[in-house]
Design a protein around this ligand. Sequence first.
Ligand SMILES: [Zn+2]
Length: 238
Amino acid sequence: MTIVDSHCHVHEYDEKEIQEFRGIRIVGVSLDIESSVKTLELAKKFDNIDPFVGFHPWYLHRTINRLEELRELIMSGSFAGIGEVGVDARFARSPIKEQMRVFTQICQLSIEVNLPLNVHALGEWGNVISICNRLGVRSMLLHWYTGPVELLKVIEDSGYFISINPTVVIQQRQMRILDKASPEILLTESDGPYRYRELSLSPSEIHGLIKTIAKVKGVDEEYMVAQIYKNYLRFLRG
Ligand SMILES: [Zn+2]
């Protein structure tokens, strides 16, 4: 039984810590060129890491002049996917128009190389889904989804995914989403290493998260683990 952390910043952990996450299949998302290269190096050492290359929207103001390097990494064939990428209407410094323009380019590249997208879309959920649908992005994960419940149907019909974070136990909005979402679109994530209120997020939290999800969905844990792994493979295949 493989459990999955579909969104984790492994480049921020040291190798001793990563050792402790053995047995968990981890998507290592990246923020910029340096972290993408580091994630790739870690994936060569740890076979449970699937490396993703990306430019996080929060740092776009300092990475935007290196888009050509990002493109080269994406085209290199070394990565399992693209992320963390996206748009953020609340916390990013770059204007939303610029974020959208870059995200659109990245979507086009993802289609060209047939790689899944691991997306941050805070405050822009609907627009991001529309862009992906319009361009024909095949595989996309909306990480830490806290968008409208009404969009879950569109996400499902598009063949896209959302990831549930351990913070679901303290974020009522996320709990409502988990309650309403089809098990077929669910993935688990930590977004570690990150602190959210009293919670310290890391891949070690995924076991507890599975218990919560299984309980909310009224199924046993083994069933949930198997369903999420199936979803994960579908997400990676694109
Ligand atoms: Zn993240």
